[in-house]
Design a protein around this ligand. Structure first.
Ligand SMILES: NC(=O)C1=CN([C@@H]2O[C@H](COP(=O)(O)OP(=O)(O)OC[C@H]3O[C@@H](n4cnc5c(N)ncnc54)[C@H](OP(=O)(O)O)[C@@H]3O)[C@@H](O)[C@H]2O)C=CC1
Ligand SMILES: O=C(CO)[C@H](O)[C@H](O)COP(=O)(O)O
Length: 476
């Protein structure tokens, strides 16, 4: 039997769709799944594509079915499962074979796996894949980390299966070892912020203005034709207009308001903190999911405090809807600017030289945060690849100037109505902090010096000084 050019392990949601995508693009692929019944089922359901697929029930059979040197994609549950799978695979591989972890790995694990294989003759690629089930099947955005040589060996097949924005493939080599998985993690962090902000706007429309799910869906449908055009707004409209087949209620109204999370948002926040970058939108989104999951506590608290009466409805409903649209854009700018700032800091820290314009480019199609907005980010970074913060580029500073007043009005309305908008409010505070040359940390420095003799810099000199705090202060 003719050998396959590539192998794939893990026929779950992502792996099975990626395998069909690879087969459809004319590549012969061998597949293996821990539970063999799934492999049989997958091949049986592959239809016309089955001719390009070799289903294997054992690892030995799987490895033998791929032409050396073998590129092998591992698309399984992230974490220990990947280490276990790699250990099972390793003894069967030969020099120059490449193991490609395509799951949502923590980039620290990717660096460790990359280093562990360095002297083995085998190669490791850590590859972020975004786009969910549909993306995997018809064209995901792919973020590759590893050696440049290993990238060149898989570039052709990855380019063939990736999403395309116009004719540009949404796949790129972003740097060594953990670069690809780091960028995927921040992609997901931004995804969390974007989703949280959309949910907060939904909350204002539902609980402040009293709109039905379908009416809110219409609003998002309108916005999707404008500056907020994006996959997440598009699916929000579809979700809000869907009906529960069991009760006939809007589907969204019968879903428990407790969000799951698998780790990438939390990792984004941890890395941002480690790198000293304020990623307030992502932090708010992760905290928002945590609070959402404390449903019983929230219900008990509502019994104690009740809910505040919503503020008086805005007199000009249409103007307020326009404010909400602008507010969402303003907050989105803050979250994306923060995400890119985290990547810039990581690039320096880990020596990756992450290409910001390329990252924005490969997020324009295929991935969950794909949008028109990312094309504008691509243009801004192409003009100024090393800019400190996206919000100071000419295009984005103008957008902020055009929208920040609306964000202020929306956050004020939400605060007066007792409606939680942690991500929108964090974006406003971020702008207000970032653009204010003289802040209030002088008082914090004085307090630190008072209780801990930490010293402070004076506005009229560079050396550290202590204040005249008198008795009771720790320096006396
Ligand atoms: N779903 C999504 O939208 C996206 C997911 N990802 C990432 O892709 C990866 C796969 O996700 P997804 O396809 O959704 O997951 P699924 O739950 O659909 O599938 C999980 C797969 O992992 C296999 N598996 C689990 N544990 C082990 C193990 N110990 N050893 C070997 N195989 C194991 C399962 O095999 P078995 O059938 O035997 O249980 C199955 O093939 C994850 O890292 C996920 O975070 C990335 C982008 C988007
Ligand atoms: O990577 C993805 C999308 O880009 C996956 O869907 C991931 O599972 C999303 O994260 P979480 O489950 O934490 O919401």
């Amino acid at each position: 039997m003719e050998q396959a050019e590539i192998g794939l392990i893990g026929l779950g949601v992502m792996g099975s769709n990626l395998a069909l995508n690879i087969a459809e693009k004319g590549n012969r692929i061998a597949v293996f799944n821990r539970t063999p019944a799934r492999t049989k089922e997958f091949v049986a359901e592959a239809g016309d594509l089955a001719g390009n697929i070799i289903g294997c029930e054992t690892i030995e059979e799987f490895v033998a079915a791929i032409r050396p040197p073998r590129p092998i994609i591992i698309m399984i549950k992230a974490g220990d499962a990947v280490d276990q799978q790699m250990e099972l695979l390793k003894p069967h591989l030969s020099a120059n074979d490449i193991m490609i972890d395509a799951g949502n790995a923590n980039f620290h694990d990717t660096i460790r796996r990359f280093d562990n294989l360095k002297d083995s003759g085998l190669t490791f690629i850590g590859m972020g894949v975004s786009g969910g089930e549909e993306g995997a099947r018809h064209g995901p955005s792919i973020m590759v980390g590893g050696t440049e040589d290993s990238w060149k060996r898989v570039e052709k097949v990855l380019t063939s299966i990736s999403a395309k924005f116009n004719d540009d493939p949404c796949v790129a080599w972003l740097g060594t070892d953990g670069a690809g998985h780091f960028v995927k993690t921040i992609h997901n962090g931004i995804e969390y912020a974007d989703m949280q902000m959309i949910a907060e706007i939904y909350g204002i429309l539902r609980d402040g203005l009293g709109m039905s799910a379908a009416e809110i869906g219409d609003v998002f449908g309108q916005w999707n034709k404008g500056r907020l055009n994006s996959y997440l707004i598009e699916i929000s409209e579809k979700v809000l207009k869907a009906t529960d087949p069991i009760t006939g209620q809007p589907m969204v109204d019968v879903i428990v308001d407790a969000a799951g999370q698998k780790g990438t948002g939390k990792w984004s926040v941890i890395e941002a903190q480690n790198l000293g970058i304020a990623a307030t939108g992502i932090e708010a989104a992760v905290a928002g999911r945590v609070l959402s999951s404390q449903k019983k506590e929230r219900e008990a608290a509502e019994k104690i405090f009740g809910l505040p009466k919503p503020a008086e409805k805005p007199h000009d409903g249409m103007a307020f809807l326009a404010d909400l649209e602008s507010a969402l854009l303003a907050a989105k700018i803050a979250a994306y600017a923060q995400g890119f700032a985290v990547m810039a800091a990581a690039s320096k820290e880990f020596g990756w030289s992450l290409p910001m314009p390329t990252i924005a480019k490969i997020w324009r199609e295929g991935c969950i945060i794909r949008s028109q907005f990312l094309d504008e980010i691509t243009s801004a970074f192409t003009k100024e690849p090393d800019v400190a913060n996206l919000i100071v580029t000419p295009a984005f500073s103008q957008m902020v100037k055009d929208t920040d007043a609306a964000l202020r009005r929306v956050v004020s309305y939400a605060a007066l109505s007792g409606l939680p908008v942690p991500a929108l409010a964090s974006a406003l505070s971020y702008f207000d902090s970032y653009r204010r040359g003289r802040g209030t940390a002088n008082l914090i420095q004085a307090q630190r010096d008072f209780f801990g003799a930490h010293g402070f810099e004076r506005v009229d000199g560079k050396e550290y000084h202590h204040g005249p705090w008198g008795s009771g202060a720790s320096i006396y």
